[in-house]
Design a protein around this ligand. Structure first.
Ligand code: ZN
Length: 680
């Protein structure tokens, strides 16, 4: 193999074997992948053609180790496409997407290799394997079966054709939403139209106008513009206009998502049938911690009635607020955000100008590292001499005493070439088999950089910082033998446990008293301000819970349905809302024609519930620390480390949770946290 000077194909003689960012150019990726695809397939062909009897070592462990070279380039590519992606790299990303998918499909449908894997699997019971090896064998076999490896003849071809058609339809669905969002504009032409809007929103509306070559201000249908507009605009008529446009995304006759969604649903059902499941929900749930649709319903139904009761109380408070403002008492969906904000400000007297000076980014980084040291004995030591892909990015060596555990990168600022939102990813995942490999983890946020002085965060930003750090620790503390079982590679309804759990430490009074210090005076945050921040966390939770849970219930109902012929998802949604008794003034978090979570890809299909599932685990797990009366209880921290943060997918999640908590999870702590636990 010749590398033609392509740095992606060479040995990385860099600090920590990081990618050689300074040498990598966009045009290096396509030729590198061409070589690496072949190399990876050759590795698997060799495993398949092995004449020796299939064993765990020559088949299962060997497959897990194959592909380390392609992984390192693929992870670099994914990270750069998300964090630092100029137009040229975006073009490469579009060009590579179908090629990467085709490669994955060749691996997943490799008949020769699967025959050997299946042979090992059939002997699983009599093989002398460790618990982790058994787990790897089961997970790997399941992965192959679920992507159609067992199918023969026509079924096999049909399954592959469906997968490819689904990829097209899902992309189309997402692009239609994007087109609806970017083509819409609500111009605000005079001071009267801007009534109530805070400065930051005026600035964003002005930038949105400029981007479109317009004078003045416009509101588009991007969530970051329309949601604040609905929160602050005092113009009820304009709120109604914006609301109606926002909630009818995906129904534009020129690019109607309803027939696309119908075809997606029918194809998913056919896929499920081919694999022997009654419907798509059964297929999706079989590979999650919940295990069945009835387990999901059991959880959601515990939340549903108390949440509706809370909405009624919240509605009354909003109606009183409307009366005080001289607004009509019959609250419409476009009034809820606006009135709720007025009630929130009056009730908790929290405004950003008062709160933010206590939460500088540097102080909060120190706070989260301090928590990781007290819980998991980790030290984060910053190294400033390594050049990365952008000067914003910081690097910490993560140590436990003399041992180097991994590398942590923090990329915290918004940039034009960076995706929105916050996420964690890896450049290298932890494993031990075949030589110890330590993880390289990155956390991304999109905080606004301030030119003068330190970056100040809202309390929501602080939670986000801790959330991503929780995913980061899940990657860093991973301590397993095999890559397939490493770090965050766990079922969707479990992966948010380590992250949501970490958010709790951001509200621990002793953490805030130590680290949340006023940026100019150094004074610790007043205890009563901490109390108000903590109290405000349950505000409006009836509304939030109903909006979320109605979407989760409708997602399940849709994917459990067997009769999909001619289904109109918009009508289905109306009928389901009626049946569930969703209060009319609460809009759904996502209406079906633009429910990208479930139609722009398959990951959250029959899976929008996963956030709440993980929240049950998280709230119950943190409750153990509250019961102990110590947020850093050493014995609990030790179990949390062993059974949750370091375990990856090396044991079944229910059993891992029981090992930590001593029993099955209970929903009460989650209900209490949301303010939904009523004593009759
Ligand atoms: Zn997360």
């Amino acid at each position: 193999m010749t590398d033609n000077g392509n740095p992606l194909l060479q040995d990385w003689q860099t600090p920590y074997q990081l990618p050689p960012f300074q040498q990598i150019q966009c045009e290096h990726f396509a030729p590198a992948f061409a070589v690496l695809f072949e190399q990876h397939l050759a590795e698997i062909d060799a495993l398949a053609e092995n004449q020796a009897t299939p064993t765990f070592a020559n088949t299962v462990a060997a497959f897990d180790a194959a592909g380390a070279t392609i992984d390192r380039v693929r992870l670099t590519f994914e990270n750069l496409c998300a964090s630092e992606s100029p137009a040229a790299l975006q073009a490469v990303e579009r060009e590579m997407a179908p090629l990467l998918a085709a490669h994955d499909s060749k691996v997943a449908m490799h008949a020769g290799f699967f025959a050997r894997l299946d042979a090992v699997h059939q002997q699983a019971a009599v093989l002398d394997l460790s618990e982790e090896q058994q787990r790897l064998l089961q997970r790997m076999h399941t992965d192959f079966v679920r992507t159609g490896a067992k199918l023969q003849g026509f079924d096999r071809e049909r399954f592959a054709a469906i997968a490819s058609r689904l990829a097209d339809l899902q992309t189309q669905f997402a692009q239609n939403i994007l087109a609806d969002e970017s083509s819409y504009q609500l111009p605000l032409t005079s001071e009267v139209d801007l009534a109530g809007l805070p400065d930051f929103l005026r600035q964003s509306a002005r930038s949105a106008a400029k981007e479109r070559g317009l004078e003045g201000y416009v509101i588009t249908l991007s969530r970051s513009l329309v949601q604040p507009f609905l929160t602050w605009s005092t113009r009820r008529d304009l709120r109604e206009t914006a609301w109606c446009a926002w909630t009818s995304r995906g129904e534009n006759p020129a690019r109607d998502n309803r027939p696309i969604a119908r075809e997606i649903l029918m194809l998913r059902q056919e896929q499920a049938h081919l694999l022997g499941y009654e419907n798509f929900a059964d297929y999706a749930l079989a590979d999650r911690m919940a295990g069945s649709a009835s387990a999901v319903h059991a959880l959601l139904s515990q939340v549903w009635e108390p949440a509706k009761a809370s909405v009624e109380q919240e509605r009354q408070a909003l109606a009183a607020q409307a009366a005080a403002l001289g607004e009509p008492a019959d609250i419409e969906p476009w009034d809820w955000y606006y009135l709720a904000e007025k009630v929130r400000v009056a009730r908790y007297e929290l405004d950003d100008a008062q709160v933010k000076p206590y939460f500088s980014l540097d102080a909060m980084l120190a706070a989260m590292f301090d928590c990781a040291e007290r819980l998991f004995k980790l030290q984060f030591v910053e190294q400033t001499s390594v050049s990365l892909y952008h000067p914003d990015v910081r690097l910490w060596e993560v140590r436990r005493g003399a041992e180097q555990v991994g590398i942590f990168l923090g990329d915290n600022y918004a940039r034009p070439n960076k995706q929105g939102g916050a996420w964690m990813h890896v450049y290298r995942k932890q494993r031990r088999h075949g030589g110890k490999v330590t993880p390289i983890v990155v956390n991304n946020n999109n905080f606004a950089r301030t030119d003068d002085g330190p970056t100040l965060l809202s309390f929501d930003d602080v939670r986000t910082l801790f959330h991503e750090f929780g995913h980061g620790l899940h990657g860093l503390l991973s301590d397993v033998n095999y890559g397939r079982l490493s770090g965050t590679n766990v079922p969707q309804d479990y992966v948010e446990l380590p992250s949501q759990l970490m958010e709790n430490w951001a509200t621990v009074p002793e953490v805030l008293a130590k680290h949340a210090r006023h940026v100019s005076t150094g004074e610790p945050i007043p205890a009563e301000l901490i109390e108000r921040i903590r109290a405000s966390q349950t505000f409006n939770q009836g509304f939030q819970t109903v909006a979320y849970t109605s979407s989760a219930l409708i997602d399940m109902a849709l994917h459990l349905r067997n009769d999909l012929d001619g289904i109109d998802i918009a009508r289905f949604e109306v009928a389901e809302r009626e049946r569930l008794g969703v209060p009319r003034e609460v809009g759904m978090r996502h209406r079906l024609p633009h429910f990208g979570h479930i139609f722009s890809g398959g990951y959250y299909a029959a899976g929008y519930y996963v956030y709440m599932w993980a929240e049950v685990l998280e709230a119950d797990a943190f409750d153990a620390f509250e019961e102990a009366g110590n947020a850093f209880d050493p014995a609990l921290a030790d179990k949390l480390h062993r059974y949750v943060y370091s375990a990856g997918d090396s044991r079944e999640q229910g059993s891992a949770f029981r090992a930590f908590r001593g029993r099955d999870p209970r929903a009460e702590p989650m209900l209490r946290k949301r303010g939904l636990l009523r004593t009759e």
